[in-house]
Design a protein around this ligand. Sequence first.
Ligand code: PEP
Ligand code: MN
Length: 273
Amino acid sequence: MSNSVRVVNIRDCAIGGAELMVMAGPCSIESREQIFHCAEVVAASGGRFLRGGAFKVRTSPTAFQGLGWDGWKLLREAADAHGLLTVSEILGEEQIEPARRYVDFAQIGSRNMQNVPLLRALGRSRMPVLLKRGFGCTIDEWLHAAEYVTGEGNEHVVLCERGIRTFETATRFTLDVAAVAIAKARLGLPVVVDPSHAAGQREWVECLTLSGVACGADGLLIETHPDPARALSDGPQAVVLKELPALVEKARRVAQALGRTVAAGARQPVAAA
Ligand code: PEP
Ligand code: MN
């Protein structure tokens, strides 16, 4: 597959080049122990980004809403200790500036994809943006949402296919694998695949990961947890942390078959301040 996408550079990571970026971690940051354990295994697997939600958009207001600022502080510490960058969801305009200390890559959640004031504000901020596809949105609507960010002069936009709602209930959402190739071709932006929210159950995360790579994904956003049965959000879809290295290895083999690579091994940790 041709790879004529704009490369988005986030510090020393290039998204959209020959190397696929693995971004993994828990749905929600829950404790120091949990996020540090995840960071260690993500880095050892070749991951470049530690994911973790601190401000969660949950379907129910009584579900765990995240640790907030304390969560972001833990995310930063764990990522720095293991040489990783951070990706985390930003919910509102007022969070953008203070988030810069903690978040390297600002995730816009599926439920916020058409929050135009937020998109414009991120555009003005020049922060790298990971724009998830709204689960009820067409590819065109998704691409227009990206244009709200790029239209403000922010070229650092990466798209994320995370599954759309269909009549199928065997999976949580339906991963639209064709959208990966179509979005790349139409807008020339890198596309990351999130197999976790599409699958809804860990059993199907591996095949969706591999099909995402086969369709040209420039990165993978994977939820993992040391003890999914005790996870405070999205436990059923979390890959068991100790199984992450084997999953990344399989993704690497598919990528290699297509002339691409997935990083192996850890980077240098950032020295504590
Ligand atoms: C998440 O990444 O944990 C998340 C809430 O994703 P989405 O916005 O795709 O549902
Ligand atoms: Mn989640």
